[in-house]
Design a protein around this ligand. Structure first.
Ligand SMILES: Nc1ncnc2c1ncn2[C@@H]1O[C@H](COP(=O)(O)OP(=O)(O)OP(=O)(O)O)[C@@H](O)[C@H]1O
Ligand SMILES: [Zn+2]
Length: 690
């Protein structure tokens, strides 16, 4: 801290000198703190000036934030070998081929020049990280050069470059592709214009627009809260899981998801400038995040390096034969071990995405292969979620149409399947919807709103009867009859009196029975169904599906998560498949969260696997690909050990020249990679049926 007045601090922060620091990001994060009104960064002076309202704690918060900037604050590392294109590889290869025919002094000079980067990298690695594979490479090349075997030295350099080129391109391609598929998008937004809420396309927002965001929705702009309070899930921006509470005056970042509450935001930045761009980067990082088996494999690969080096040195000590030592040094386990993992994983992810399943990273793939139980949410997951109103039953003076219009007016802004069904039916009938104010959505319960100052409630039996104390007894018999037919029921009350029922029908997804059967065939032990709906409705569904081992009903969102945790406590590894806001806690608690394509933003954020087609078959595909990907990794692991050990043995017996051993080593790596790619790309049984 260099300077301070009651409402302003100036900090010196040498981090600003670092070119890879994303200044916009730092600014956005600091501006989002409560009380902060202005943030100015001056990278050349390494100074940050923050204006704030003088409240206590802000300074400390600023300092601790700067001390612990998340990984996302840095621009993606510029690839070490950006210029590493195919041309480079070809040139090195061609040079290796002609080098034996060049005049000796010229060959010598050029070879040392060509090998310089490899040698330097080796020394640098040795000094900074210890004995790693780069050191082996440098030693092998160096020994060949020392022996004046320029052809071998150049060939090894060319092969190494080829290997790195393959690694770089496969990595970049798969990451680019997956990022573009994963990018979260907000399409429709609610905007307040002259006091009325209007729906418009997100890309038409302007600076200063008043955007309204309710629970379960993603914030489409960077800006400030004008009205309302909410708790936000910012995990996709900051990586921080704890919810953040915001009130008027607070800055909010696009990409954050409203967990609870409803806020009006004044847009400060729209479109591409928003921090949504940062979400992208987060995704990219999570793609590079390795799974446990991958990390173990890499560790092993690293541990084997000193072994190869030791063997090479011992070889030299005993035989005084540089040639043999160099042959040994060209062989290492880490190439194949380190490449096959990520390539296999990403190819599997790519394959899955071709069948409409987005698997977000290696960890998700691994967990997906390990589950023995799948827990399904009912509405929108096992059913189409495309509910249809079949009956409207008024109990008092209201006509059917007025009852329906009242319910639809309250539901107008919501995306819950029951809300959509009611609104759609009212639209079909061309009913004018009454204007509502103070509309409140209570997750997994229903809606409370006011028409002309009169309180209207629309929701479940539990909400209307137990929470709000409305007498619903006159509807009980009729409701039970409807439920036994598999129908769902909304209760509508006004002024504390039950006005009627809206009866809805949901269809079982046609593919659901087949998918459940396939999953059981794939070795899953248990299938569980959870629902916020009534018992009788849930029973009816389970009877129609078959293969269901357990049902739980009338659950609140936290209950769903509790049941998931309970099952886990019994030692089950489980996947949860859901679609709604109310599923987010369960999606997070499960070993793997799987989300349907039309799910709420919050659910899509929380899930590790996203089905992109509105079809449950993706689930069977995901499971098959995941299981296969794990076994592919195992195969590659064993093949790498076996092949390289064989080459190493031959090399140390002096049977192989350094060049042959380098070629064999690289061929085995490419074969392993080829195997990993082909097997991960193979079609799944489920996809073949399509
Ligand atoms: N927007 C809404 N309007 C009216 N009632 C609602 C609304 N959202 C939820 N409810 C009521 O709360 C109940 C529970 O909702 P929740 O979203 O938890 O589960 P669900 O949609 O019935 O089923 P599932 O848990 O299988 O998805 C619903 O059955 C419905 O009666
Ligand atoms: Zn309740």
């Amino acid at each position: 801290m260099v300077h301070e007045t009651p409402n302003r601090v100036r900090l010196r922060c040498t981090l600003l000198y670092r070119p890879e620091l994303d200044l916009d990001y730092v600014k956005a994060i600091l501006s989002s703190f409560k009380g902060v009104t202005q943030v100015r960064l001056n990278p050349r002076a390494a100074s940050i000036t923050v204006h704030y309202d003088g409240r206590s704690g802000v300074k400390e918060l600023l300092v601790s934030t700067l001390d612990n900037l998340p990984q996302e604050a840095y621009l993606p590392r510029v690839q070490e070998n950006d210029q590493m294109d195919l041309l480079n590889v070809t040139a090195l290869g061609a040079f290796a081929l002609v080098s034996p025919f060049l005049p000796r002094p010229l060959a010598k000079g050029l070879s040392w020049l060509a090998a310089a980067p490899t040698l330097m990298k080796g020394v640098e690695t040795l000094l900074s990280k210890g004995v790693k594979v780069e050191v082996l490479d440098a030693a092998a090349v160096g020994m060949s050069l020392a022996r004046a075997d320029y052809f071998t030295a150049n060939a090894i350099v060319a092969l190494l470059t080829l290997g790195r080129y393959l690694e770089y391109t496969s990595d970049k391609k798969s990451v680019d592709l997956l990022t573009s598929l994963l990018k979260p998008q907000v399409e429709k937004v609610w905007v307040e214009i002259d006091g009325a809420e209007v729906s418009m396309a997100a890309d038409q927002l302007e600076i200063g627009s008043l955007v309204i965001v309710g629970s379960g929705e993603m914030i489409p702009v960077d800006g400030r809260v004008e009205e309302g309070e909410a708790s936000l899930n910012q995990s996709s921006i900051t990586g921080e899981a704890a919810p953040r509470h915001v009130a008027p005056g607070d800055a909010v970042l696009s990409g954050a998801v409203v967990q609870e509450g409803r806020i009006k935001i004044k847009a400060g930045q729209v479109g591409n400038q928003t921090s949504m761009a940062r979400v992208n980067r987060f995704l990219e990082n999570s793609l590079r995040h390795k799974s446990e088996p991958e990390r173990r494999t890499e560790e092993l690969a690293d541990k084997l390096v000193p072994f190869s080096l030791g063997l090479g040195l011992a070889e030299y000590a005993f035989t005084r034969d540089f040639r043999r030592a160099a042959s040994v040094l060209t062989v290492d386990y880490s190439c194949a071990l380190k490449l096959a993992g990520p390539v296999g994983v990403r190819t599997s992810m790519y394959n899955a995405s071709q069948s409409g399943v987005m698997i977000k990273g290696a960890q998700a793939l691994e967990s997906m292969a390990g589950v023995d139980t799948i827990v399904f949410d009912k509405t929108g997951t096992l059913t189409t979620g495309d509910l249809k109103v079949t009956q409207v039953v008024p109990f008092n003076r209201l006509s059917e149409d007025r009852l329906l219009a009242m319910a639809a007016g309250a539901e107008e802004h919501y995306t819950h399947p029951v809300a959509k069904a009611v609104v759609k039916r009212a639209e079909e009938k061309g009913l004018p919807l009454p204007a509502m104010s103070q509309v409140d959505f209570i997750v997994a319960h229903g809606i409370s709103a006011y028409v002309d100052g009169i309180r209207v409630l629309v929701g479940s039996h539990h909400f209307i009867c137990e929470d709000e104390g409305v007498d619903t007894s006159q509807a009980d018999l009729m409701a039970s009859k409807f439920r036994q037919e598999g129908k769902s029921i909304l209760y509508v009350a006004r002024k504390g009196v039950l006005e009627g029922l809206v009866v809805m029908e949901d269809e079982v997804r046609p593919e659901a029975p087949m998918v459940l059967k396939n999953l059981k065939e794939q070795g899953l032990k248990k299938i569980v169904v959870l629902t916020g709906d009534h018992m009788e409705t849930a029973r009816h569904l389970a009877d129609n599906l078959g293969e269901v081992d357990q049902i739980h009903w009338e659950l609140k969102p936290e209950d769903k998560a509790e049941i998931v945790k309970g099952l886990q406590a019994q030692g089950t590894k489980l996947a949860f498949v859901g679609d709604g806001v109310n599923d987010a806690p369960a999606l997070v608690s499960a070993d793997v969260g799987i989300c349907m394509p039309l799910g709420a933003d919050l659910a899509r954020e929380s899930a590790q696997v996203l089905l992109m087609h509105d079809d449950l078959r993706g689930l069977a595909v995901a499971r098959e690909i995941a299981v296969r990907s794990q076994s592919t990794l195992n195969h590659c692991f064993r093949a790498t050990l076996a092949l390289n050990t064989a080459v190493l043995a031959l090399a140390s017996m002096g049977v192989l020249s350094p060049l042959t051993s380098a070629i064999m080593h690289n061929t085995s790596t490419i074969l392993t990679l080829g195997y990993a790619t082909t097997r991960s790309m193979a079609k799944t049984k489920m996809a073949e049926k399509n």
